[in-house]
Design a protein around this ligand. Structure first.
Ligand code: ZN
Ligand code: ZN
Length: 368
């Protein structure tokens, strides 16, 4: 399977006229090699420069991993003394035949640390952004990847159901987030969560990226919980909004509108249409009710090995959706200093439509 991915990468490099790629630890490196490395103070770089076999430059203590790679790599290990690292880069660059080529990198991943070694080892190389090739490589998920995401959704849903049974008026956002974190692990999430859960109550719920605080849940609050699990390297990313006790009528009204906007966005996805139409479908519902100015973010983002990856679901995105693309639909209405509602589900494009992976109720449920 991984060989197949490497061959696909070679094809994409040809199409995009990119001679080589330098990839450091992150989802793309794991996706290609099946190996997990952390970003640390010691650089790890995979050089993909056909026709040479891929080259891996890495700390000697990580060498054992290379036997698990699903295609053969030429490994260039280095020891503890940082002064010896450049030599490993020189040898690796030579083996890959990299010098003088146009080499793509992941702009949001590669650090000055790696670039400095690479530039010193390959001074005549032209460095360019390789994001077009790399996003095309990972954007359509295969069945195994979708199944991993399905399990990540199930784990997240189970954890939330356990958590909300324990939520009481007077608990702080931090306490709710702590319980949810525990329940995510209990339900089987990998320890590396896609992101720290958002638990935002009352006025805090009007901030889409709030962090849990010591604020206590009070009757009349809206409570936004945005959380996700990780399974086998794939993530889920869900949001549900709750009413704490009785809430004012306008909060109930915006919750019903967001629920309809969520449904419209979920129904819009199908192969062959621009991603922007999914955003337009959700946004039209909210705009028609006069709350358009309070929907302050794009409708969604791609998901897979990362919480944010292509396809991004915003109005101007002309990228054509295709089978296997996975993304969130997460419209919201945020009334400043009062409260907000967001409902987020995880979608995958199928052969003739789209499937919602998440199934928790979406209406405003009362807790506490
Ligand atoms: Zn989310
Ligand atoms: Zn999201």
């Amino acid at each position: 399977m991984t060989i197949h991915r490497l061959n696909r990468l070679y094809e994409l490099m040809k199409v995009h006229q990119l001679e080589a790629l330098a990839i450091n630890p992150g989802p793309t490196l794991s996706y290609l090699t099946g190996l997990g490395f952390h970003l640390m103070e010691r650089p790890v770089v995979l050089l993909v420069a056909p026709p040479a076999d891929p080259v891996l430059i890495l700390p000697r203590l990580e060498m054992a991993k290379t036997s698990q790679a699903r295609f053969s790599v030429q490994a260039f290990p280095y020891g503890d003394n940082p002064e010896s690292w450049l030599e490993a880069f020189r040898l690796g660059v030579k083996a890959a035949g990299l010098d003088g080529k146009t080499v793509g990198v992941e702009p949001t991943r590669l650090r000055f640390l790696e670039l400095q070694f690479l530039r010193d080892a390959a001074p005549r190389t032209r460095w360019v952004g390789g994001e077009d090739v790399l996003s095309a490589l990972r954007i359509q998920k295969d069945e195994q990847e979708v199944n991993a995401m399905r399990i990540a959704v199930e784990i997240a849903q189970k954890a939330l159901l356990e958590t909300i049974q324990k939520v009481r008026i007077g608990m702080t956002e931090r306490e709710v987030a702590g319980e949810l974190t525990l329940q995510l692990l209990r339900a089987g999430s990998d320890g590396e969560f896609p992101f720290a859960p958002i638990v935002a109550s009352g006025p805090n719920s009007a901030n889409p990226h709030a962090s849990p605080t010591d604020r206590k849940l009070q009757p009349g609050d809206l409570l936004v919980i945005d959380w996700g699990a990780t399974h086998a390297g794939y993530i889920s990313d869900l949001t549900r909004t709750f009413a704490v006790g009785d809430v004012q009528e306008e909060f109930q009204r915006i919750a019903a509108i967001v629920e309809r906007a969520n449904e419209a966005g979920r129904m819009a996805g199908m192969p062959g249409i621009p991603a922007g139409l999914v955003d337009a479908a959700s946004r039209a519902v909210i705009e028609s009710t006069g709350y358009g100015e309070f929907f302050i973010h794009r409708t969604g983002h791609g998901i897979g090995m990362e919480g944010h990856e292509p396809p991004y679901i915003f109005g101007e995105n002309s990228l054509i959706l295709a089978e296997g693309m996975a993304y969130t639909v997460e419209p919201g209405i945020y009334l400043p200093d009062r409260g907000g509602v967001r409902i987020e589900d995880n979608m995958v494009i199928t052969a003739n439509g789209s499937e919602t992976l998440s199934s928790l109720p979406r209406q405003l449920l009362t807790i506490g």
